[in-house]
Design a protein around this ligand. Sequence first.
Ligand code: SF4
Ligand code: SF4
Length: 162
Amino acid sequence: MSLIQDWKNRRQTSKKQHRKLIDRLKREKSKKLNQLGDELHEEVFQEIDCLDCANCCTSIPPIVNRTDASRIAKHLGMKVTQFQNEYLHQDEDGDMVMNTSPCPFLQKDHTCLIYEFRPRACREYPHTDNFEFAEHFKLHKENMMYCPAVFHIVERIGEALK
Ligand code: SF4
Ligand code: SF4
């Protein structure tokens, strides 16, 4: 069974167990977690092709900061204000985010129309590598429901530290 299908089958039923797992991982040393995060991020993304998934682009509107907005607007040949009016809105936390879900730049084949110019938030998602795993427990807890890669990375870290 593919990792994506396994995530679909188990993400709801494993919720409670995963909350406990995250709480256990919080007590581990950050350095060790970050090392494992980098290794297992690599391993899991060799088994998952984001083009078979696109769940982040479908369900989580990314934050688009000012630098992102000017870069994307320039690429699209638009004025920044025009881009902001057409594609962004402010969310409940006060951040500017894409105004539709699925993202307006997501194509039918799951590619991103502005891939080279995409927001920083998209480039950094799902925050499990670059030696930063231990900084994002709150996000991982939520993202296990949205991202099959996070789901399996966290489970594999849990296994490695048993
Ligand atoms: S949700 Fe995770 S696995 Fe799916 S496309 Fe996004 S980053 Fe890739
Ligand atoms: S900008 Fe591209 S990578 Fe980011 S959510 Fe939209 S489609 Fe996905």
